[in-house]
Design a protein around this ligand. Structure first.
Ligand code: NAD
Length: 355
């Protein structure tokens, strides 16, 4: 049963961690290391069943492989789950125990914080494992990547006079609003925390609308920067934009909805929001922020490639982007120079404190 899921998702390796002393029950799912060591979030969640935890790990790890490959990164995809309530069960000893399982993988899995864990938790894991992503905020780079994706989708070099509706103005959305206003775009914002939207609107000269109106507000671009499942069968008829490109993951409730968007250009979420991951790779390589910025700007080139592949309507932009990722993986496999081979040592990253 477990092997069926592993094979169906093309997963390389699953590690189950158990430490009765700290109560740790965790798993690390390494989906693919063809392009490089795998990077993935450490998610802590009180999964109602082990089967649900495993299913989440398989799904999340595969999504990371596709995202890294499509963005042109030399990273594989993975995910790690700690079964438990972060508010009740998270202790330093439990994180260290999970860190020891991560360390046993010799650098094949690089953790970053996710739902239920923080950068401080990654620092704790970093006491026993390396490398880990435990510094720097990727949000400004995610926002910059979204900006470049929007320009590419509209086929313009600046956004003066373009109207963008930003749903959710947290870490990514608020920064995106600043970048858009700097290019004289007209910006409309909404957030379930109305005061947050009001503050961002006031600071940047944007217009605030109620949360329930943002999807149906006439605009050139809808930028979902809140949660996933924005486009559903129910919301689709209300959309009044030409382009969808934002920071949120899983914007389409089902990938097949990409076929039903009509004239709306959809930039696949994993392409539009790859800027943060690009930044993490640059950090791991010890490069400076300027280099990360330069690479994130190339998100626009990937968007242009994907739109060109989907231009005749035979494939959706989601299918085109996935094909791009798979082609990169296949080329590396055929060349026989995948990262994980016995004669290729684990690369040492600048974040490895044990050097
Ligand atoms: P965040 O929690 O800082 O911001 C999300 C904002 O959306 C919050 O202000 C929240 O109040 C608001 N919100 C939630 N539901 C809403 C709704 N229905 N309508 C309007 N507003 C709503 O998160 P973030 O770091 O800005 O990330 C935003 C999204 O982008 C998330 O889905 C995240 O998974 C994804 N993402 C983020 C990064 C990154 O670098 N932070 C990278 C890739 C993907």
């Amino acid at each position: 049963m477990i092997f069926d899921g592993i094979e169906e998702h093309g997963v390389e390796q699953v590690v189950f961690g158990s430490d009765p002393t700290t109560g740790l029950r965790s798993l690390i799912v390494i989906h693919d290391t063809t392009l490089g060591p795998s990077l993935g979030g450490v998610r802590m969640w009180p999964y109602p069943s082990e089967a649900e935890a495993i299913a989440d790990g398989l799904r999340l790890s595969r999504a990371m492989t596709v995202k890294a490959a499509a963005a042109g990164l030399n990273l594989g995809g993975s995910a790690s789950l700690i079964i438990g309530d972060p508010g009740l069960d998270k202790t330093e000893e439990l994180l260290r125990a999970h860190g020891r399982f991560i360390a046993s993988l010799g650098g094949r899995f690089i953790p970053v914080n996710d739902v239920g864990t923080t950068q401080a938790d990654m620092e704790t894991i970093g006491l026993v494992a390396a490398p880990v992503c435990d510094r720097g905020d990727p949000s400004p780079y995610t926002a910059l990547g979204v900006l470049c994706a929007i320009r590419a989708a509209l086929e313009v070099t600046d956004l003066a006079g373009v109207t963008v509706a930003v749903q959710g103005v947290g870490n990514v959305g608020s920064r995106l609003v600043g970048l858009l206003r700097a290019e004289s775009a007209e910006v409309i914002v909404a957030d379930v925390v109305a005061d947050r939207a009001r503050g961002v609107a006031r600071r940047h000269g944007a217009r605030q609308v109620p949360v329930e109106e943002i999807l149906g507000t006439p605009c050139d671009v809808l930028a979902p920067c809140a949660l996933g499942e924005v486009v559903t069968r129910r919301t689709l008829p209300d959309l009044a934009c030409r382009v969808i490109a934002g920071g949120a993951n899983n914007v389409l409730a089902q990938p097949s909805l990409a076929r039903e968007l009509g004239d709306i250009r959809y930039v696949p979420d994993f392409i539009a929001n790859a800027g943060g991951l690009i930044y993490l790779e640059e950090q791991l390589l010890g490069h400076d922020d300027d280099r990360a910025t330069e690479r994130v700007r190339k998100v626009g080139n990937v968007v242009a490639d994907v739109l060109a592949m989907a231009s005749d309507g035979r494939v959706t932009t989601v299918e085109a982007a996935t094909e791009l990722a798979h082609a990169r993986l296949a080329a590396r496999r055929v060349a026989g120079n995948g990262w994980w081979s016995p004669d290729r040592p684990v690369p040492t990253y600048s974040l490895d404190r044990r050097q």
